[in-house]
Design a protein around this ligand. Sequence first.
Ligand SMILES: Cc1cc2nc3c(=O)[nH]c(=O)nc-3n(C[C@H](O)[C@H](O)[C@H](O)COP(=O)(O)OP(=O)(O)OC[C@H]3O[C@@H](n4cnc5c(N)ncnc54)[C@H](O)[C@@H]3O)c2cc1C
Length: 330
Amino acid sequence: MKKLAIIGGGLSGLYAAYSLQNEYEITIFEARNRLGGRIHTIEGFDMGPSWIWSHQDRILSLIRSLKIELFAQYTSGYALYDTPQGVQRFTAPPSPPSARMKGGLMTLIDALASALHPNTLRLSEPIHRVDAQDDTIVIETSKGSYKADLILCTLPPRIALETITYNPPLSAALIQQLSTVPTWMGHAAKCVIEYKTPFWREMGLSGFCFSHAGPLGEIHDACTHERAALFGFVHSSASMETIEIDIRSQMSRLFGEKGEEIVSVHLVDWRKETFSSTSADAKGLNAHPSYGLTATCYNDRLMFIGTETAYTEGGYLEGAIRSVEQILNT
Ligand SMILES: Cc1cc2nc3c(=O)[nH]c(=O)nc-3n(C[C@H](O)[C@H](O)[C@H](O)COP(=O)(O)OP(=O)(O)OC[C@H]3O[C@@H](n4cnc5c(N)ncnc54)[C@H](O)[C@@H]3O)c2cc1C
């Protein structure tokens, strides 16, 4: 069997291994000491992605086949508009219905990982260097070197350039192609605020809040089956030094005394995650980029996949699945 090395144990890498494991001897090299990449669930709360939309047929089909349960995002009730001048209720315009995963999206990562052949996964092994030789490619990790016939690199393109040295060097055209692709959500900082009860629902509120006052610019209901919570994206202008104090005062402004009864605050600043964001990504984006690219080198023995390469639904979980199917269909 030919040896396939997959760089990155996020959704793209795991789904690629799951799809190809009967055709290749596969090893996944993951830099972090956990799988999932941008999927990161802490105590049942999704600190990375949380939503799947009803048109996203490829990921929905995978979720169905793995018998994982979804539930609808809670949206009933009024939204809040938060400005320095005061807080107002309003009726949010309808948005496409979204679903969340019971247990958080790590349930999907765990299900894929447990379906892989034994010895496929190598955690805490960042790839530093790729050496293309006549008939094999040698990859170097922090723990040694490994020979493969074929490599799938699932990293966001800018991370693939920043964390790995390529020999022979990638062409100037390929470097240019990869360096201009923004990492989706590389600018985000996400915060989950846990409460004893979803009191906002009893106040006739959906939990959705749009804020000009910050520090959370957009807030949503984040209740799980077991626990009550709101989540928010930190506004780019918010001070990270005082973020927790500022979030507490925003919750008090929005919900009064009930908002002050916080059980815990979880925060992940993705801008500081070197395996998910570069300094160019941390600046943020004005709109969803137009993703999609085909990039290979070393006579197609190194192929770049991952959500940012998907021609449709790029950036999303659905794009991660489609990026794998793009190469399976070629
Ligand atoms: C805050 C946030 C909210 C989001 N919300 C949504 C949402 O609601 N819905 C949605 O569809 N999408 C959302 N997304 C996007 C979604 O998370 C991604 O589309 C998806 O997780 C990408 O998967 P991937 O495998 O392509 O990339 P990644 O998850 O980035 O996987 C790449 C993997 O490579 C590893 N790695 C990096 N460098 C190296 C190296 N040198 N050697 C070895 N391994 C390395 C990383 O650790 C990572 O595990 C969100 C993302 C964030 C951060």
